[in-house]
Write a new protein. Sequence first.
Length: 733
Amino acid sequence: MGRKSNNQAGKGKAKGGKVMDAAQLARKVLNFLDNHFGEEFNSKQIVKKLEIRDSVVKGGVEPILHKLAAGGSISKSPRNYFSSNKEPEFIEGVVDFVNPRFAYIVADAKHNIEEDILIKEADLKNALDGDRVRVMVYPLKGNTGRMEGKVLELLERSRDEFVGRVEISPRFAFVVPDFKKMHHDIFVHKGDLGGAEHNQKVVVKMTEWREGDKNPTGKVTRVLGKAGEHEVEIHSIMAEFGLPFEYPEDVTKEAEAISDEISQKEISNRKDFRGITTFTIDPADAKDFDDAISYRVLDNGNFEIGVHIADVTHYVKPKTGLEKEAYDRATSVYLVDRTIPMLPERLSNGLCSLRPNEDKLTFSCVFEMDENADVVKHWIGRTVIHSDRRFAYEQAQENIDNQSGDFFEELTFLNEMAKKLRRRRFEKGAVNFETVEVKFQLDEKGTPLGLFVKERKDIHKMIEEFMLLANRTVAEFIFDKNKGADTFVYRVHDHPDLERLETFSNFAKKFGHEIKVGEGNRISKALNQLMDEIQGKPEQNVLEQLAIRSMAKAIYTIEPRGHFGLAFKHYTHFTSPIRRYPDMMVHRLLQHYLDGGKSPESETWEDKCLHSSDREKRASNAERASIKYKQVEFMALAEDKDYDGIVVGVTEWGVFVEITETKCEGMIRVQDMNDDYYEFDEKNMRLIGTKNKKMITLGDKVSVRVVATDIDRRTIDLEFAGNESNNNSRKRK
């Protein structure tokens, strides 16, 4: 072909043969510069970046750049370099480092940006997952169709310590982090290994990461030991989530120095319940008894039911080491084999614990109720109690079932009252989430010998109902005092996002369950109906978990927004101050108002709420990680046999199956399904064999075998049993 005529000079072909006129080329050039705000390019660089092949179009780039500069759309430097004139947006947010190639920035709420901002790894400025950063957002959306940007400044590291496995070579060493969202190995000089040996688990502290270096440099601060050993792996989880290994010495001394004597003066300032029938009901292995219940019949025929809570703030004073440590921890953490308490044992298991046959200081919510479980009136204040009996849940349930034993009449009556409270709560729109809780039977070395699902009986629900009543009453008491204007700590649970609920509804349909998404009470009724339908079915666990994830997260805040899941206008946490810092905050504010105090400034309390919510999330993630670790170890040791399971997830790279017997989840990799080539149907969340047209979809009941387990990654690799979709060629490790 010959050259193009002059009237075609503005046209040509870009990559892929597409005809591009001058206006299109101008838009393409302008978009490129706008999405590379702050950078300068000459015409040759722009041609190369835009991958323009056609010689005529190449020749058109320089004049278009000058025309755009003359019109003020872009700037031109004296060296003939060009840059965007667009005004970018600057925001602050938190990094979600999803994979080694890119991350998302979750913008702070003040920016009112709902869409997460995509940042390429090269533009992260060495920011890591969870770090707070300042970001420049490009004026236009990128090729991904998302807002994109680049990190300008690292404001705050979320963590500088990581757990990982040491790999030592002759000249240097690296720590390969366990944390899945840490995508860089950490370089360690031989002299900074702290005695660690090849393949041991360690804690490494990042000491330097210069711009331009591929990897950060660090120093080993703690050698945990040989990977795979129980104590080492639990310590790895503790270090991974920044959980404390011990108390500072000064805090321990402070706790030990507190007298266990209760003065007569202190008792005289409190309402005395020591002569009233009182008992605690807790797990069999519990030592920190937060709450007790008292019961008596009044002269008018009504019933007095007292909910008595350990008076922790009597012992833990503001501005002390104990207070600072409690605030920092904010919650007790319950791993599979141990509790990491918020308060030292001297307090949690001793002074504050409502042990039987001992006088104890409490903060109480006392109800006068009629036989219909209607609250006639209530009283809130500080008390002293003397518990008559410490029940384990199983003992109390047995006394109710057998209608014999200590306090069986009182227990039976309280159980009937709790059932009335519970029924009324559901009538008002509470959601009945009964999640499956997995427990392990461990030997002295921590090896899992068995796994069982914890059963919730009437006695558990009875205690829960009276605690809910006390929490609600305290919240409503403070709110009603000044129409919500007084600073207070609330536990709020927002209404679910209808879009997320619709997604869950579509997921449930794959298992054959219909949910009609409406609003308010209708949502609650639809979810409760689903919970009833799935009781005892293989899909129960996965649907319960997903239903909870589709809900808003309950948080602590000073804003009295109500609690959707419980159907309460106002709610707080008053009943567990031994293990939750927000309950201590509630006790302090409550007493302040009972003493006639004015509302304190709110900002400090909201900051404490945010901190407590973050610590609660950390504890929950650590607890899940410890359970997952034991599940992987249990399946590695379990009998080599076929297991029934249910498909709970389908992706382009694998099928997730929950084993019905053990509630453990594993994955079958598509690349290992050798009976056919499977394609992923994203819309219907299923895999389809190209030859045999076999479909694997959510809710399918399948039979699987364990082929490999990985403690470090906490993963279980499965294969379909028999001839379902493999040739059984892989061996279990």
